[in-house]
Ligand binder design. Sequence first.
Ligand SMILES: [Fe+2]
Length: 429
Amino acid sequence: MMNPWILLACLCSGVQGLTGPEQVHIAFYTSPWDISVSWITFEQAEPSLSFGTSTSTMQNVSGTTNTWVFGGITRHSHSVILKDLKPSTQYYYQIEKRLFNFRSLPANLNSYKVCVFGDLGVYNGRSTQSIINNGIAGKFDFIVHIGDLAYDLHSNNGKLGDQYMNALEPVVSKIPYMVIAGNHENDNANFTNFKNRFVMPPTGSDDNQFYSLNIGPVHWVGLSTEYYGFEEQYGSNSIFTQYNWLTKDLEVANKNRENVPWIALYQHRPFYCSVEEGADCTLYENVVLRHGALGLPGLEPEYIKNSVDIGFAGHMHAYERMWPVADLKYYRGEDAYHNPVAPVYILTGSAGCHSSGMKFSPIPMPWSAHRSDDYGYTVMTVANKTHIHFEQISIDKNGDVIDSVWVSKDVGHLHTQRMREDVGGFKFY
Ligand SMILES: [Fe+2]
């Protein structure tokens, strides 16, 4: 298949151009049964589409338009919420003359697959074609992009962001594309490009940079680490808003473990990593993010207190699977991933961007279970209420799986401080 960026350059030469709807993508809204459809036009247009289970029975649905200006360019971001979807149903939607389709998730959501990665850009986007092909082929049910999109959404007055979203359109118009912001989404306009291009699950705040959603046996939570990263530029209010929301969200999620036993969080910058990189991996941990500083609340105590199961991060352009880790102690061993006594962190920031891969420490750190600097992405298979499987796909090795692991837990298992004390664990240093 033609390289998507070359294909896009052809498209931008006039077919879509600056008139019709483009950058069409879908995302989960309040549940797997509500989907937001979003797109951009460069001229005023109605925020409406036709929608139905066949192309001959489509009905008009209206939404909202948000007009915003960046770099002297006016964009109209349109969004329509498609509500009360039926399971396992093929749906069609048409925006002006452009026809798209998607299939809703099955009623039994105990098992599904998710493509997870961070750090994918227009230039050197090594995983792009594989993600498009496999997403269209139904090899995963939705995508979670944990920050750093396009490199950058705002470059060239936002045209690079337009180019990126158009290139991904074949897959993200068909399966939900869930995103959070990374440091590259700072456009020196308080994340204007991120806020105006994406509709994520509502939280009651006007910000789309943190949210949660139950999908089958997993409570998914997306967070912004960039409130911390750009606190000097934008202030600390968002840190507290997110933190207060998170504590309540996890408290509610914890009370619902019988129905939704897993909690998986994703954030751009990692708590822990063994990449030899300056500020964000100093001493192989991110101190401010983990436990806060100067009156700012850290995030890791909430992960630990609420027995979070899985934590994804990107930012470092590499793949690294940790042994269960809590508060600078790791718990390795043959059975470490069965009834883990601490969160399991997976760094998956190697999808491909203009910066080169990052160097690991010469000797693997003892809390690091597997690491690779191959380009690629993670496929997470939620098998049921007690088992989740992770596979790391290597683009360098033609899509081979270069690491895989099952994380399993007995019904009712929640990790506790008492468990960690009983096991003992090892200190980082
Ligand atoms: Fe980053």
